[in-house]
Design a protein around this ligand. Sequence first.
Ligand code: TXE
Length: 499
Amino acid sequence: MIQLTNRLQQFLAKKNHHHFIDGSYTNAESEQQITVINPATEAAIGKVALGTKESVNQAVAAAKKAFNYNSDWRKMSPDDRGKILYRLAEKITEHAESLAQLVTLENGKLIKDARSSDAGGAAKTFRYYAGWATKIEGETLDISQPQKGGRQNFAFTRREPVGVVAAIVPWNFPISIAAWKIAPALAAGCTVVLKPSEETPLSALLLAELAMEAGMPPGVFNVITGDGRTTGASLTTHPDVKKITFTGSTYTGKIIGKAAMDNITDISLELGGKSPAIVFNDADDLAFAAQGVAAGIFRNQGQVCVAGSRVYIQKKVFDKVLTDISHAAQKMKISHGFDETAQLGPLVSKGHLQKVRGYIHTGMEEGATLVSGGVVNPKDKGFYLAPTIFSAPDNDQQIITEEIFGPVLVAVPFEDMEDALRLANDSHLGLAATVWTKDISKAMSMINRLEAGVIYVNSPVRSDPGLPLGGYKQSGIGRELGKVGVYSYTTLKSVNIVY
Ligand code: TXE
């Protein structure tokens, strides 16, 4: 068992955690509380405040004040803003073990993933966007307006920070997804109110402490804890919020999208996926492809927006590839996240485990063939599920049309490229896809015709701060990460000087 760091022990000793607003913890004694559960042990690890409308107002007011034209933040040079983001990246690296352990405690995920994807991923994202603070550009434009008396035009655009940003994030990568939003928003000069998921709110509070230690002016980055219905809804309907950035379910994304339109608030949505992995007969190394497909669905217990949860395998190699994937699945060691040798941890919550199990039941009822796994919890305590694989003849089952968001894979055979495209594009979602082939022409045809925002060839999908992420169809609106990510927190002002 891993020894918790001193910093984390001190943090957890507080037991009751409050919102982080205007540079310090607030006094939210009067609010209801949410208990945060460790999914591996089912024990409580702390309580956070369930933010009321008043607390949300306070957080937005702090962010608005920090965005005021004469504030320290607004007057700060891009270079100094970048330095603060860079210092925060260093703080995250310095306290990476505390952050990773906290993420494992509240989410259940494997500590190695919490170290690399969450703490490591967040540091990388802040480092990447630190450099963007000094690279936000407008354009000069050669316009054709006639002017009197031989006067001329000097037209240009400038990018300005959009204002107070509401960032609403899910529980699957609590601080790295938060970083995907906070880092570009701050690089652009915005201020932020972050609402973490009610399942994993603690790591966001620790991140806010580190931001202050990195020299972030008060009010620039605030954290409000709470649920979706009260806290999240108060934040997304607040008239002083100028941009909403959300990652979560398509269902909630639609509610937030409608709320945004009431105030004509800018919005970006990164919603769910049901991403296809397509394995051709001529994949370079079929065993490697099978391993990649298994990694693409079972990483983080399948709770990954870009998880390849449908695998289409060309008929000639269907049995071989499916057998390899199921061998890989059956060999996975299921254990709590602090077991350094574990390969699959618990799911995030009891409710989520029930939801995923419900889908497995539905798959069996609808006649899909269960190849491995199933609904049985392999442990006495904790929210565990064995990696589960189904095979089905076509796309007409619920387990292949809806996002399950757990360690559940459905395999379907295909004839040829046209058939693979028909099956892969037959979805209301379009976040990601992977293609496994050594034929570059085939890979390019697939890239051109797949309806997905992110495509990887011969690798499971991974994230990188420099590579934009977002979805086609009901997988979302807008893109985050990369240059487009930082520009999405700016608004364009067009200017013409007649001289
Ligand atoms: O998501 P929600 P949940 C999918 C996945 C999962 C399902 C449900 O299929 O099984 O969503 O998960 C906040 N106004 N994804 O319930 O509801 C909420 O408090 C404002 C895919 O966790 O979308 C949390 O902070 N905010 C996804 C955040 O929204 C509201 C990752 C996400 O919650 C709100 C997670 C409201 N009305 C789940 N209602 C991905 N794309 O990676 C809820 N929230």
